[in-house]
Ligand binder design. Structure first.
Ligand code: 3PG
Length: 306
């Protein structure tokens, strides 16, 4: 019997877990859960006899893959799969998938929420500003950014985007694509980051880019802390006292922010962009269906490793 592990340090909403289990039970698969685990050893133990796994941001490295000799597929219920060692997975013959688009509205709503929180001076009582009439620059144009664009327009904002890979998509949706990343940062009142923590994107938001930000700009990062060069960010925030930074999950340099940039930043207590029932249900169901289709029919749609 196919055995599936749902390994979620940050568990799905219970309603999502119930729906996921239903799909596996209908397929005749056995399901086991490992939620809110505190030690890696618990994960290493749980993977030892499973054929398939659903994870969220859980770290699936060489050691975990090595401890799972029967594993055939791991599905990241979400978009970013930087938590999975795809090279080691390929070497072990394990298929890695994500569930693109399934939790993107939740993340986009958080991005707009953070922008609103920033522009309103963190609900401090100080006079803030409004989103209407402002330009929001989307750094990257995947599913989350497209949802941000939709919501931003409803607020009366002007979204613009810098993208290398989705120019056609952007053009077909009538959103202006800037000629360069520098231009995006120069023209935006709010920059919302939506690039994955992979390859050339890591630490790509550096001092050269930040220096292009206009007076009073707000940076919203619901992508990954790894896409920002944190040393550069701290340096920049130190000289540019007009700029605010709001992000989903705290940066490694949180202590510097606490010491020097009071009143100009906000970090969520844990990564919660996709932490909604709806996102859990959508991504969880997609992940379960992808596993069933892969095991029963060899369907490799959404595979991300070679
Ligand atoms: C994603 O990459 O899909 C989001 O960052 C959500 O991640 P999470 O499942 O850890 O909340």
């Amino acid at each position: 019997m196919t055995k599936v592990l749902i390994a979620t340090d940050k568990p799905f909403a219970q309603v999502a877990v119930a729906r996921i289990c239903e799909i596996f039970e209908t397929a005749g698969f056995e399901v086991v859960k490992l939620e809110k685990y505190s030690k890696k050893s618990e994960l290493l133990d749980a993977v030892k006899d499973v054929d398939a796994m659903i994870v969220r941001s859980d770290i699936i490295d060489k050691e975990v893959l090595g401890a799972a000799p029967k594993l055939k597929i791991v599905v990241r219920a979400g978009a970013g799969y930087d938590n999975i060692d795809t090279t080691a997975a390929s070497a072990n013959g394990v298929c890695v998938m994500n569930t693109p688009g399934q939790n993107s509205n939740a993340v986009a709503e958080l991005a707009i929420g953070l922008a609103l929180y920033g522009v309103r001076e963190f609900f401090s009582g100080n006079t803030g500003g409004e989103l209407r009439g402002r330009t929001i620059g989307l750094h990257g144009y995947g599913y989350v950014a497209r949802n941000v664009k939709r919501i931003a327009r409803a607020f009366g904002m002007t979204p613009i985007v810098y993208t290398r890979y989705s120019k056609g998509q952007a053009a077909s949706e009538g959103i202006e694509v800037t000629g360069s990343l520098e231009e995006l940062y120069e023209r935006s009142d709010i920059v919302s980051i939506h690039v994955p923590a992979r390859g050339e994107h890591n630490k790509s938001v550096n001092i050269d880019i930040l220096n292009h930000l206009k007076q009073g700009a707000i940076i919203v990062n619901t992508a990954r802390k790894e896409v920002i060069n944190e040393d550069d960010l701290c340096r920049f925030m130190e000289t540019r006292k007009d700029v605010k930074y709001l992000s989903d999950i705290e940066p490694d340099c949180k202590a510097v922010f606490e010491e020097k940039f009071a009143g100009r930043y906000y970090f969520t207590p844990k990564k919660l962009g996709a932490q909604t029932e709806e996102a859990n249900i959508n991504a969880g169901i997609a992940a379960a269906e992808q596993i069933v289709a892969f095991i029963l029919k060899g369907d490799e749609t959404f595979r991300v490793n070679k």
